[in-house]
Ligand binder design. Structure first.
Ligand code: SF4
Length: 187
């Protein structure tokens, strides 16, 4: 069991324990102060799975979005959807974070940042991102080999093994599983 993540730790934890799909969304949100709907859903539900409480989630999205759209529009257009994801609005369904299979088969359009980088990035962008995660050129080649054979989750598993220097026998099938396995190692 890992401790719930609080707002003050989130930047550090995003660098140490998020899989590439979530690191990318997180960085884009910090950079652009905005994410489109698909990205808000993918990252928002992941963060909920990581243990970010509703109040912290609202503060987190508010901090970025108000820089772009102002607080009135944030409250009117975006806060409801965040509470909705936490089961506090509408049908009060408790929505679960997306698994890799769902993310890999999503089809991000122009300006979207959701999806799986192993599936949806260009080769150059993926290599640059893997370099920022600290992979050696040898490790990177092993990952790219899986990508070329369309084994995206295996590519992510190899990345995990390279980053943490340990084997991941179960393989990666869910971003929240990646997060939890990494927290176990870093503890
Ligand atoms: Fe995210 Fe899964 Fe793709 Fe890894 S394989 S980047 S966890 S969607």
């Amino acid at each position: 069991e890992y401790a719930d993540i609080s707002l003050k730790d989130i930047d550090q934890v995003s660098k140490s324990s998020f899989p590439l799909c979530m690191r990318h969304l997180f960085e884009k949100l910090r950079e652009d102060h905005h994410l489109k709907h698909g990205g808000r859903m993918q990252l928002g539900l992941f963060l909920k799975g990581v243990g970010l409480k509703l109040d912290d989630a609202l503060a987190f999205w508010r901090e970025e979005f108000t820089k772009k759209v102002g607080s009135e529009r944030f409250d009117k257009e975006y806060a409801y959807a965040i509470r909705h994801n936490y089961g506090k609005e509408g049908k009060r369904t408790d929505y679960t974070p997306y698994a890799c299979s769902k993310i890999i088969t999503s089809a991000p359009g122009a300006g979207d940042h959701h999806g799986c980088p192993y599936r949806h990035f260009s080769e150059d962008n993926l290599k640059a991102a893997l370099g920022r995660m600290g992979l050696s050129s040898r490790g990177m080649e092993d990952v790219m080999d899986k990508v070329r054979n369309k084994h995206y989750q295996l590519a992510c598993t190899l990345t995990f093994e390279a980053v943490y220097g340990t084997s991941c026998d179960t393989g990666i099938n869910h971003p929240n599983q990646y997060f939890e396995e990494s927290q176990k190692i870093l503890k």
